[in-house]
Design a protein around this ligand. Structure first.
Ligand code: NDP
Ligand code: OXD
Length: 312
């Protein structure tokens, strides 16, 4: 029984190499070499739609990333369990990126970078303490919660928002549509770590930005490393132009790679990274998937299952 690595945009070789070492004796194929009857597990990153059909012995689909919107982009998904990545390496990477971006806005990194270029010595006497900066996290899942804890450790005044009610010691939480306005009203730096679902599509738009307060010591600033489909880039650019938004850090985009024509590239008040806030590092993620497969075959149930109805 074999594994199928079905990817577009990511090279399959590093995955095959790691998985072969972790699951010796197991055949690991790509879509080009696959024996469809032999496949028991499919590992996907943006597999071509329809390519997981006609695998009669398929037991589970493993997403190679934490996000699974790429899996649901296939209208012909087989009815087997879908497992997503939950791995400390990926979580740590995301929290590093989020902390870096929050600090970048808080400590006005771009301003001093510009000043250095121009050899300008201009102190800012109004630099607020982290405790006076309100960070609002959209998404309190595996990544959101870890980022919240690390931002709290840096001293920020953090609150979070989720779909369902969450009680988290030491963290102010909000949930549901009605909770969103309350979170926005107390947010200087908004961080989105939301999955892309029909409910979160286009959420980060002009209407939402207009609800961020103007009375904060910093910002408002918008940070998104969830999915680009949740943001309306034209609205973000317009809000930056009008001064309604003071800065943005974006790792994900409506279209990826970000087209060279995008207005986001040339802006001093925007930090752009190429969807690598938290990469799926093959060493770590292959180990996680191989461990799940071995556990499943020993009779343990699969963990980190995706719920099809909610889309994440
Ligand atoms: P989880 O599934 O653990 O958490 C998702 C969170 O989002 C949950 O708190 C969930 O609420 C909340 N949520 C979902 N839908 C809504 C909604 N409609 N309204 C309010 N809250 C909502 O996911 P992870 O934390 O592991 O990952 C989050 C996302 O990060 C991934 O889906 C992916 O898109 C992105 N990602 C980006 C990477 C990058 O490099 N840029 C790398 C890895 C992931 P509830 O708790 O109630 O279920
Ligand atoms: C992921 C990603 O979902 O890389 O893991 O975006």
């Amino acid at each position: 029984m074999s594994l199928l690595v079905a990817t577009t945009g990511w090279r399959p070789e590093p995955w095959i190499q790691r998985l072969s070492a972790l699951l010796p004796g197991r055949r690991i194929d790509t879509l080009e070499t696959v024996d469809r009857v032999a496949v028991r597990y499919a590992l996907t990153w943006r597999h071509p739609p329809g390519s997981l059909q006609g695998l009669p012995n398929l037991r589970a689909i493993f997403s190679l990333g934490a996000g699974v919107d790429h899996v649901f982009a296939d209208p012909h998904l087989p009815e087997v369990p879908i497992v997503r990545v939950v791995d400390p390496d990926l979580t740590q990477r995301m929290s590093e990126w989020v902390a870096l971006q929050v600090l970048l806005h808080h400590r006005q990194f771009r301003r001093y970078e510009r000043q250095q270029r121009l050899a300008v010595w201009d102190e800012d006497e109004t630099q607020p303490a982290a405790r006076d900066v309100r960070v609002g996290l959209l998404g309190l899942g595996v990544l959101g919660l870890d980022a919240a804890r690390k931002l709290q450790a840096l001293g920020f005044d953090v609150a979070g928002w989720s779909r369902t009610h969450k009680s988290v010691a030491g963290l102010a939480t909000y949930h549901g549509a009605e909770g969103l306005d309350a979170l926005l009203a107390r947010t200087d730096i908004l961080v989105s770590l939301l999955p892309l679902t029909p409910d979160t599509k286009g959420l980060l738009d002009a209407k939402l930005i207009a609800k961020l307060p103007r009375d904060g010591r910093i910002g408002p600033a918008l940070i998104n490393a969830g999915r680009g489909g949740s943001q309306v880039e034209a609205d973000i650019v317009a809000a930056l132009e009008s001064g309604r938004l003071k800065g943005a850090s974006l790792d994900v985009f409506e279209t990826e790679p970000l087209p060279s024509s995008s207005a986001l590239w040339g802006r001093d008040d925007v930090f752009v990274s190429p969807h690598n806030a938290a990469i799926s590092e093959p060493e770590a993620v292959a180990k996680y998937i191989a461990g799940e497969i071995v556990a499943l075959e020993r009779g343990t149930g699969l963990r980190n299952l995706v719920e099809r109805e909610r889309g994440y």
